[in-house]
Structure formats: C-alpha cells, structure tokens
Design a protein around this ligand. Structure first.
Ligand code: ZN
Length: 165
C-alpha cells in the first residue's frame, strides 16, 4: 500500500546527485513489511556501469542486506518511472508493486535541457518499444505520486550541468 514517506525518501536520495559527481538524480528504495530494506541512486558514470540505475542499485542493496535474490512481497518506490531495464530486474526479483514520482515525459523534459555532453544516452521510447509495455499496460500494479517535486530536482540537475559547461 502506498506510503508517502517512502516516496519522499526516494526523492531525497535523487537530490543527492546535485552534490555528488558521477551520480544522476534517480533514487529508489525497496520496502518490505513497512520497512526500507534497500536504497539506490544512479551511479552509471561513477561506476562505468550503464546498468547502475537507482532501481537496480536498490535491488542489489536489498538483496545483499536480506541475503537473498527473492524480493517477492517487496515494493519499489522510485523518484522516476523505471526504464525497461529496471522493470525487467524488478520482475526477475519478484517486486510486487511500483510507486513513482516523475514520469518518463517529465524526466525527458529535464534531460532535453542537459548540455549535449551530459545527455542521458538512453532512448527511452526505443527501449520501451524493444522491451515491453508502457507502465499503465503492465501486470505489476503501479501508482504515480509527488511528480512535481521529483521533476524539479531533474530540472535543477539540468540547470547545474548547463552552468558547468
Ligand atoms: Zn532504469
């Protein structure tokens, strides 16, 4: 069941990217039985790992903390709608439900403002076309909340990147 505290935590994690070089403002938490069991932020640039998204990092963290690869019954809260890569990882791990803030269109608006050199290389529309269905057409239940707050952080990130060019 949706709990705003956890989505606010995911957004708070995303905002750390404004101060942490090598990260991007996409944060996620995994919740089991009303408690956070894993957290993640996008560290693709820092780790030289294109699969280091907030959601995959949160799944890795939760699995290590719980010493399992089975996250059935867990919920994922993300500052942004997960890409197809992360949806695949969520389904492999058995995540039961998704709650997210900014959606793909809102994130895309901020990413379009990034300077060319810092532009997110993922073509989300192509990825969705190649890998599966839109968020509203999936079996996994999902809800969007707090999108305005999460999208502001994405635009702050793009402004910060532009100021450094
Ligand atoms: Zn992703």
């Amino acid at each position: 069941m949706y709990n705003e505290t956890f989505l606010r935590r995911a957004i708070e994690i995303s905002a750390k990217a404004l101060e942490t070089p090598g990260t991007e403002p996409f944060g996620a938490v995994i919740v089991k039985d009303g408690k956070i069991v894993g957290e993640g932020i996008n560290r693709s640039v820092m780790n030289h790992d294109p699969t280091s998204h907030g959601e995959t990092e949160a799944i890795r963290d939760a699995c290590r903390n719980l010493e399992t690869v089975d996250l059935r019954g867990c919920e994922l809260y993300s500052s942004c709608e997960p890409c197809a890569l992360c949806v695949a990882a969520m389904n492999i791990a058995g995540i039961a439900a998704l709650y997210y803030a900014a959606d793909m269109a809102q994130a895309g608006g901020a990413i379009a403002d990034l300077p060319e050199a810092a532009r997110f290389p993922v073509d989300v529309d192509r990825l969705t076309h190649e890998c599966g269905h839109a968020v509203t057409e999936r079996i996994m239940p999902s809800e969007q909340h707090l999108d305005v707050e999460a999208t502001k952080i994405l635009h702050d990130w793009a402004s910060l990147a532009r100021s450094r060019v």
